[in-house]
Design a protein around this ligand. Structure first.
Ligand SMILES: [Zn+2]
Length: 443
């Protein structure tokens, strides 16, 4: 039987019992779940616990998305103020719908970076550090690392508590329960807090998929749970306490002093690998195929190490320039076609019968001419060089970044003036000429 939200009939029955037996408590609220130290306990508790932080996350995403900071500043702020809203409750509660959390996160990251939805896969958005200098925090890994840290700090107490809880059951343990050595669910569909914390500590349960990753990190030898045999051979600093515990619970190895107590950061570093691209360069090439389409991509020649070569060049330009190059490669232009806007525009700079679409703007003559004139460089004719895939230089990166910045500035400005079709391409080009002088200082 699972626990349900108490109805009026049940509430009244409980109230009547209180009136008779504990009259001082007669005015207590009778509810299915209640908050205790910021965390809900009872019916639907994990969902209720995460509801507040999720709302706060969405509000802060909106707030950050409305500012004009460059990508690096945005990511730093996002990590510090937005993603962090989950860390308190995540210490003791697992998200009831991990996939939903990931999808909220993916939308949030795209929104704050002002990118069209789904420009980056969940893995790519956690791997963009080489281009953007910092990647948005992987929230699921952050939550799991927070829980591990808390469980680790309280491991002795948690194991004692579980031993006491199981002891209380005495002969009331079910046959199934007796085979599992788990805290009973008590009719609730989710894992009890205590059991979640012990799962974290033992890299079991929902933490089990991270086991191979933990084992592959040589500096995390203090994480994997030890077998009773291992503990007899090397008791570490815990033997005195261990002897009072259930023999099935094995305390973890002591933390190495070199860690300086930074458990969460170290664990996050490891866990977050599961949310990143295994091969970043390959992921970038795959994304570029999506940006350009199969037809264009099939005829485009790319040097073998184009990502590494480009990243080397981008070390000599501003972070903002590198972020505009990255956003172009991943198809992060908010054109009317990409944003599925009601009104599909033509090229806002006036190219005949050309759509308001990224593939056209990579070739758009007026746009590249205005940007080239402003930077006093000749725009390359070949697409691979325009995109800094072939023979990248700081100049070609700046040119692509200026083209990116000019388009977005002109589209926004034209919108304020009534829309690009209303003001016409000549006016848009004039806006671009004037804006180029100011925008080129940023790239
Ligand atoms: Zn054009």
């Amino acid at each position: 039987m699972s626990i349900f939200e108490p109805d009026e009939h049940l509430k009244q029955a409980i109230r009547n019992w209180l009136i008779v037996n504990i009259p001082q408590w007669k005015d207590f609220h009778i509810v299915g779940a209640a908050k205790y130290l910021g965390v809900f306990l009872g019916h639907n508790a994990p969902a209720l616990t995460f509801q507040g932080p999720t709302e706060k996350y969405l509000d802060r995403v909106e707030e950050l998305a409305s500012t004009q900071a460059p990508s690096l500043g945005t990511i730093l702020r996002y990590n510090e103020r937005v993603a962090s809203v989950f860390s308190y409750v995540a210490q003791v509660t697992e998200h009831p719908d991990p996939n939903n959390l990931k999808s909220i996160e993916q939308r949030g990251v795209h929104k704050v970076l002002k990118l069209p939805p789904y420009c980056m896969s969940r893995q790519l958005m956690h791997s963009c550090e080489p281009f953007l200098l910092k990647a948005p925090v992987a929230i699921t890994s952050m939550c799991k690392a927070a829980m591990y840290r808390f469980a680790r700090a309280e491991s002795v107490f948690l194991n004692q508590l579980k031993a006491e809880a199981l002891c209380l059951l005495k002969d009331d343990q079910s046959l199934v329960g007796a085979t599992r050595d788990r805290v009973p669910l008590g009719g609730l569909p989710h894992t009890p807090i205590l059991e979640s914390l012990l799962d974290a500590l033992g890299i079991k349960g929902s933490f089990a998929p991270l086991g191979p990753l933990v084992k592959s990190c040589p500096d995390l030898s203090w994480v994997p749970p030890r077998t009773p045999l291992e503990i007899r051979e090397n008791p570490g600093g815990f033997l005195g306490v261990c002897s009072v515990l259930d023999s099935r619970h094995v305390p973890p190895l002591p933390l190495p002093p070199s860690l300086g107590g930074k458990v969460q950061g170290k664990i996050y570093e490891c866990f977050s690998k599961s949310e990143k691209c295994g091969d970043f360069a390959k992921a970038m090439s795959q994304k570029l195929v999506v940006t350009l389409g199969v037809e264009v991509s099939s005829s485009l020649r790319v040097p073998v190490n184009w990502v590494a070569t480009l990243l080397e060049v981008l070390r000599n330009v501003r972070p903002h320039t590198a972020s505009c190059v990255f956003k172009s490669l991943i198809g992060g232009w908010t054109t009317s076609v990409r944003m599925h806007e009601h009104e599909r525009l033509s090229c806002i700079f006036g190219c005949r019968e050309q759509p308001d679409e990224i593939n056209h703007y990579f070739l758009c003559s007026p746009l590249w001419q205005i940007a080239g004139q402003s930077l006093q460089v000749q725009a390359p004719l070949c697409l691979a060089q325009r995109l800094c895939i072939e023979l990248p230089t700081p100049e070609s990166a700046r040119l692509l970044a200026l083209v990116f910045a000019l388009y977005h500035f002109c589209k926004t400005r034209a919108k304020e003036l009534g829309g690009a079709p209303v003001i016409g391409p000549n006016a848009v080009q004039r806006i671009a000429f004037e804006a180029a002088i100011a925008l080129e200082d940023n790239v």
